[in-house]
Design a protein around this ligand. Structure first.
Ligand code: MLT
Length: 265
């Protein structure tokens, strides 16, 4: 359903009942990237999967979309759904950056954290320059040029070569992002703060997942987070790149399910 949050119409999909699980997608994706998890996990949990502003079926607004702004959107969505109790916050990549912001802003609303294919650090100066280049490319050429550049990197080399249907699916999901959404997210990620100093203070159960063949965020980023977050578990998903939940759902989803069940046992 579409609801008005901070003057923007945002799309949120809700399925199932039980403990609430908030799934925050990466860039430039949308809730569709969580389809295998929505299908399976909604049998046990109240799964809330939004499209962040400018992505999927959510309207764009002028950027930058700071991680704080996106975290506020998520908190407002939960409020609209009447969810008062702490939730499990699961974010992949940019969704992980939003999860860090959510945890910082609303610690009492988080029962557990799931950080997939993400990193705690801010952008390096070089990465910031690359954000500007990608935004300029999207504006001057088209979002398709940005998507075409990202597609071979977002999946593992093996997935990219051997699973054309999945490649097409990811390309289609990315193609549903608006130009304003792409630029707003790039500028918001460029501005995001370093979450590394917060890691030692995270005092809730945390599950970290990373594809062994991630070409966008190196596995070492998850290893660093695991070493710094006291109550954390690291799971490395073989034969997966930056989208381990889509490339290996049969491995990814049960790990998530068990983790959540261990919190509510
Ligand atoms: C994502 O997958 O959300 C982005 O690639 C993250 C990033 O560009 O830092």
């Amino acid at each position: 359903m579409k609801i008005s949050i901070n003057q923007t119409q945002l799309y949120i999909e809700q399925n199932g009942s039980g403990p609430a699980l908030l799934l925050i997608h990466g860039y430039p994706l949308n809730r569709e990237m969580w389809r295998p998890q929505i299908s399976t996990l909604s049998a046990s949990f109240n799964v809330i999967a939004p499209d962040l502003r400018g992505h999927g079926d959510s309207d764009p607004s002028p950027g930058p979309y700071t991680m704080n702004m996106l975290a506020d959107d998520c908190a407002d969505m939960l409020r609209v759904f009447g969810i008062e109790e702490p939730v499990i916050v699961c974010g992949l990549s940019m969704g992980g950056y939003v999860a860090f912001a959510f945890q910082r802003k609303f610690p009492s609303k988080v029962a557990g954290l799931i950080l997939a294919a993400t990193r705690a650090g801010a952008d390096s100066p070089e990465a910031q320059v690359n954000r500007d280049k990608a935004a300029a490319l999207a504006v001057e050429k088209s979002i398709n040029v940005v998507i075409e550049g990202m597609l071979p990197l977002i999946l593992s080399p093996k997935t990219y070569e051997k699973r054309p249907q999945l490649v097409n699916k990811v390309e289609n999901i990315m193609g549903q992002t608006s130009l304003e959404g792409i630029v707003g997210a790039l500028m918001g990620m460029k501005l995001r703060p370093d979450s590394t100093p917060d890691l030692g203070q995270i005092d809730i159960p945390t599950l970290i997942l990373h594809g062994a063949d991630d070409q966008i965020i190196p596995l070492s980023e998850s290893e660093t987070m695991h070493a710094s977050i006291p109550n954390s578990q690291l799971e490395i998903i073989p034969d997966a790149g930056h989208l381990p939940n889509l490339e290996q759902p049969q491995l990814f989803t049960p790990i998530v399910q068990e983790f959540i069940q261990s919190i509510y046992k």
